[in-house]
Design a protein around this ligand. Sequence first.
Ligand code: GDP
Ligand code: MG
Length: 336
Amino acid sequence: MDIAQLSHDLTQGDRRALARAITLVESARPDHRAQALELLTALPPRPALRIGLTGTPGVGKSSFIEAFGLMLTGLGHKVAVLAVDPSSARTGGSILGDKTRMERLSREPRAFIRPSPARAELGGVARRTREAVTLCEAAGFDVVLIETVGVGQSETVVAALCDVFLLLLAPAGGDELQGVKRGIMEMADLLLVNKADGDLLPQAQRTLADYAGALRLMRPRPQDPEDFPAALTVSATEGRGLTEAWEAIGRLTHWRKEQGHFDRTRADQARHWFAQEVREGLLSVLLRPDVAERMAALADQVARGRPPEAAAADLLNGGLLAKLSRSALDLASDSA
Ligand SMILES: Nc1nc2c(ncn2[C@@H]2O[C@H](COP(=O)(O)OP(=O)(O)O)[C@@H](O)[C@H]2O)c(=O)[nH]1
Ligand SMILES: [Mg+2]
């Protein structure tokens, strides 16, 4: 693959080049990995606004993305939609599989929708999504929406990928807060009670009041304006509240930029992902066949009475660390 050509086409906004580039970063093949890193390094930084979106199945995420995305393209924005879905290996792609709900957005020339890859384990999905965000930005998409259903720790992953995090909620009965994990509410910048239309409108308004009350009890965030995290009602199907949601996002990001929090958060996120990559890289060495074999042999010795500490030290101080530094050298010479 001609990476210089791909990089050129991508930065011209060529959608097929973007799709091919995302396929490249999704590949686990070592030669593809090397090309992916070459591509990502070559691309000029062109940061967009990264918006995360979570909510339980059925709450209206796809419908919201369709309506919100169309509003944004109508305002002249270029909108990319990605998904973090560690469940898709089992379900065959639960998120964004329902393209019927995003039919108009998927036909919109200023939008780009990419479902979660089928092979999905959280670490891999996080890296792939991070890299796909960079590719979308390089292709000129200035708003990137990242959707997750919140399987496992996927909200935490998305929160660490985006600038603004939205939690979509449905009108609830009574005063129960829908069993929304408290941690998720604490991550959210904006709570959107969807389906505020028709018969559901009064219930949506009551639900909004409940959540607004819950938000007031949470500890304040010194990095945000006083009225954040905020809560609003929206209707994806009737297109209500979308402008207000966009305005709230704008006000929040403007404030964070002025206060220096926006860039600082991005820098902290980059540090986080760097440490994560190093950790995963080290762990992956343990899965290499030669290392796994050596571990199995040492484990047998431990089972026969050798002190586990001694066997571990044997592995770490002997072969493994030497192997690690050798693979680091391999990498260095590969990229030279
Ligand atoms: N009344 C109403 N129904 C909605 C709204 N948004 C979504 N729905 C419906 O809720 C159901 C689930 O929507 P969907 O977008 O697939 O939810 P997702 O699973 O979170 O992606 C569908 O039947 C939608 O038509 C809304 O704003 N109002
Ligand atoms: Mg959906």
